[in-house]
Write a protein that binds this ligand. Structure first.
Ligand code: ADP
Ligand code: MG
Length: 444
């Protein structure tokens, strides 16, 4: 019965039996809206820019039809040469795409290779020499192999650029352009992001003659499944608030974003000194360390991962309780990607943003992205005086406050230095008030 449903749901998209079988085994029951829309377009051989919300299933939406075109009758492959090239701006996303593609590729007899800065060049060369069908790579390393003629770029029939707009933010566009220019015009090119920006479209148009635009959601819209809270906070109390939020809500898997590498180190250090198990992910860490941190976080050995915006793109982490923005990102779009690490595949997600008075201008800049859905929470122990006086930073969302009871005495709080302690009746009032508000919205 179940199997019939799968056959009809994905089968209606004219995918071959081998792919349908793997979908079934991997537990994908029905195609997501972007998969329904994009698969037929790509099976038709068209090039496209693709934009759909974070967590909407874009990876399979481009993988399935490109794989099927490479082996339409799912007959055994004997001659291996690169046909599909998938570019990712970060190593972590490349690794993830590689993992997602593996069961599908191997069922069709394809070999996949991961080429990424930090990976061992000699291993990569060996694998390329043995013959591969699919390459998942970061742009700089990809170009290096192309220029060394270890990859016949003219033979590539399908190119996917995932998280395309981040290629600009990371300065990778020259590499991407060189790859575009080296490919044949006939090859299929797919440009993907939840935030396709005008400059991405311009770049795509410069290299692709006939280009479809597949847009599911208004670009840059945050998924409705994500509940967002905004916490005005005195800058010097950010770390204490972070710890308080994690402990009082008993958050088990927390992804914390910060703008700067040094800040990531500092915040992680403080959290560790308070007894949390914390991983760090940023561009200055060695490849192996980045890999280890992310894996330990995915497997639940770290409760918290403190990361810069390199972790904001594409990463799919199961059972994430919450994304906490320790600050407002440099690039507006990154906010959408940061919070988009939760609320994936239609599941509920939660994001909390800490904002100090010096970030109010940046917050205003984000207003359009945030909409009116974000709920502002004023915690008397942490909010800046001026905000407490004004009550709200964004739209007013008055909340009735109940009189705190004697239970306040047992509320767990965090001191300025961040040490967990039992609060006294005296200071417990404020914390209880805040805890109640948080509990209330947690139930909603
Ligand atoms: P995006 O690239 O749009 O951010 P992903 O491709 O990373 O999203 O997919 C997000 C999550 O949705 C992943 O955990 C993936 O396994 C899951 N997913 C993808 N397609 C389906 C589907 N058809 N049914 C159920 N879950 C899916
Ligand atoms: Mg993605």
């Amino acid at each position: 019965m179940e199997s019939n449903r799968i056959q009809t749901a994905f089968g209606a998209l004219k995918l071959n039996d081998v792919l349908l079988d793997v979908l079934h085994k991997e537990g994908y029951l029905t195609p997501t809206p972007i998969q329904k829309r994009l698969i037929p377009v790509l099976l038709g051989g068209h090039s496209a820019t693709v934009s759909a919300q974070t967590g909407s299933g874009k990876t399979l939406a481009y993988l399935l039809p490109t794989l099927q075109q490479m082996n339409p009758h799912a007959t055994p492959v004997t001659h291996h040469y690169p046909k599909l090239f998938i570019l990712s701006p970060t190593k972590e996303l490349a690794q993830q795409i590689y993992e997602v593609s593996k069961p599908f590729a191997s069922a069709l007899g394809f070999r996949v290779v991961l080429l990424q800065g930090g990976g061992k060049r000699t291993d990569e060369v060996k694998r390329l020499e043995r013959g591969v069908d699919i390459i998942v790579a970061t742009p700089q390393r990809a170009l290096e192999h192309v220029e060394a003629r270890r990859i016949d770029i003219k033979a590539i029939k399908h190119l996917v650029v995932d998280e395309a707009d981040m290629m600009f933010d990371m300065g990778f566009v020259p590499y991407v352009e060189k790859l575009f220019a080296a490919m044949t015009e006939r090859s299929q090119k797919v440009i993907v992001s939840a935030t396709i920006t005008p400059r991405v479209v311009k770049l795509a148009k410069a290299y692709i003659k006939s280009l479809r635009r597949v847009e599911l959601d208004p670009p840059g819209k945050i998924a409705d499944t994500i509940t967002q809270y905004l916490y005005p906070v005195v800058r010097s109390k950010k770390e204490a608030l972070l710890s308080w939020l994690i402990s009082s809500d008993d958050l088990k898997r927390v992804l914390v974003f910060v703008r700067k590498k040094e800040l990531a180190d500092g915040v992680a250090e403080s959290l560790r000194s308070w007894g949390y198990k914390v991983g760090i992910l940023h561009g200055e860490k060695m490849h192996q360390e980045r890999k280890k941190s992310l894996l330990a976080f995915r497997e639940g050995r770290y409760q918290i991962l403190v990361a810069t915006d390199i972790a904001a793109r594409g990463l799919d982490i199961a059972n994430l309780d919450v994304v906490i923005n320790y600050d407002i990102p440099h690039v507006k779009h990154d906010f959408i990607h940061r919070v988009g690490r939760t609320g994936r595949a239609g599941k509920a997600g939660m994001a909390m943003t800490l904002v100090s008075p010096d970030e109010i201008e940046q917050l205003k800049d984000l207003q359009k992205v945030l909409g009116s859905k974000i709920k502002e929470v004023i915690l008397p122990d942490f909010a800046p005086k001026e905000i407490k006086a004004r009550r709200y930073l964004l739209q007013p969302s008055p909340r009735k406050r109940k009189t705190p009871s004697a239970k306040a005495a047992s509320t767990t709080g965090v001191s300025k230095k961040g040490k967990k302690r039992k609060t006294t009746k005296r200071d417990g009032w404020k914390l209880l008030d805040a805890a109640k508000e948080k509990k209330k919205r947690g139930r909603k």
